[in-house]
Design a protein around this ligand. Structure first.
Ligand code: NAG
Ligand code: NAG
Ligand code: NAG
Ligand code: NAG
Length: 364
């Protein structure tokens, strides 16, 4: 279990009033205030929780400007003011989508979807400062990232849900602490399993599992494919009516665990039946004892039998929610939060690096 703590203090050097108040709540933080120069030691020796954290943010000392070349899927967010500081308490991290600032940007981020036209989508006609880092960003599995070959030798960092990306931006993460979401011990759920699917393809692994499973148990299917789309408002309440949710990824790719698990199942408060990367990957990324993995069953019949058994046994069902006492989850949905993460990772990123073969990296 790679539990992570959420640090709110990325900005110990330029304190605001609210941060000062927060600091007074713990000895470490007061020390950190007094001994601002030894803040790193304070983090490590006085707050073991932070020391345990896998992705320990180091505090970068200078301003970092991040230029987002095109908004992912054409949907823009407001960037006025200092969003990283105001929204996420990450300091000295300035986001812009003003492409005229190219020559002064420390980091330029390119989202894969907007590179579909190949090299013509990139500012190759402009003088690229030698210290500037280009980031290739995608939250999609390899199957959706076509045409990578022309992009070889251009990017310095990768930004993805993959744990081995330079900038790791998962769809969600597990943290220590209690889950705030209340769980009703024995809700009378009116159905056994639900599944929301918009792009159903018969050749996908998840389609085969669904087709076999529905021979043994009823499955409530929603989404575009079934012509029963759910609005954002209806999504979680509808899923919450069933005991289990099929968190089936559209492809089984290394570390690819999407909002189908973090939002659809965990936020709805139902037990996820997962199909995606290996059990070991789920164990490393999700709360303990929180899911049922399709690969653990010899057949769809066995899985169906197991689901019926668990649904009929309140105690067994509630076991899947034990983690609510010790862990909580955090989901990421705002592109700005993801972009601000670049600054959190910045001090640890390779100063000079080039992805000579992005295609191989994506498929590795
Ligand atoms: C960093 O940015 C802040 C806010 O724009 C500015 O006041 C400060 O002078 C900058 N520092 C450096 C070293 O450029
Ligand atoms: C974009 O950046 C350029 C160069 O810094 C600046 O002159 C221009 O005013 C900016 N445009 C907007 C809309 O902020
Ligand atoms: C659940 O529903 C059944 C049948 O409708 C009812 O007998 C039972 O008391 C309900 N249980 C709870 C906890 O509401
Ligand atoms: C980033 O990648 C470019 C293109 O390969 C390369 O020329 C440049 O040296 C790299 N920059 C850094 C800082 O590594």
């Amino acid at each position: 279990m790679a539990a992570e703590f959420h640090t709110t203090e990325q900005c110990p050097f330029d304190l605001k009033h609210t941060q000062l108040a927060a600091m007074k709540t713990s000895g470490c933080r007061i020390l950190l205030f007094i001994l601002s120069l030894s803040s790193l030691l304070c983090y490590i020796f006085l707050d073991p929780a932070l020391y345990l954290q896998e992705a320990q943010p180091a505090v970068h000392q200078r301003n970092i400007s991040i230029l987002l070349w095109r908004w992912p899927f054409g949907r823009s967010y407001r960037l006025d003011g200092d969003k990283c500081l105001e929204m996420y308490n990450i300091c000295r991290c300035f986001l812009t989508d003003n492409t005229s600032t190219f020559s002064t940007a420390d980091v330029v981020v390119f989202h894969h979807q907007e590179l579909k036209e190949g090299l013509s989508s990139l500012p190759l006609h402009l003088d690229r400062p030698s210290s500037q880092h280009w980031v290739w960003l995608s939250l999609e599995p390899p199957v959706n990232n076509a045409n990578l070959t022309p992009l070889s030798g251009l990017f310095n960092w990768t930004m993805s849900y993959r744990r081995d990306a330079d900038i790791y931006i998962p769809y969600g993460k597990t943290m220590l602490g209690r889950e705030a979401q209340r769980f009703q011990a024995a809700p009378n759920r009116s159905c056994l399993v639900s599944w929301v699917v918009s792009r159903y393809r018969p050749q996908q692994a998840r389609a085969a599992v669904y087709q076999s499973l529905k021979k043994y148990i009823p499955i409530q299917v929603y989404g575009k494919w079934n012509k029963k789309p759910l609005s954002n408002k209806k999504l979680l309440p509808t899923i919450a009516k069933c005991e289990f949710y099929l968190s089936f990824e559209n492809s089984e790719a290394k570390d690819y665990i999407s909002e189908k698990l973090w939002r659809n199942a965990f936020q709805a408060g139902v037990v996820p039946v997962v199909l995606g990367p290996s059990r070991a990957t789920y164990e490393a990324m999700t709360p303990p004892g929180s899911f049922i993995h399709v690969a653990d069953f010899k057949s769809a019949a066995d899985l169906a039998t197991y689901l019926k058994q668990v649904a009929a046994d309140r105690q067994a069902y509630e076991e899947f929610f034990q983690w609510h006492h010790t862990h909580r989850i955090k989901t990421y949905t705002d592109w700005r939060e993801r972009l601000c993460q670049i600054c959190v990772h910045f001090p640890r990123l390779a100063a000079s690096r080039v992805y000579q073969d992005l295609e191989s990296w994506v498929h590795s």
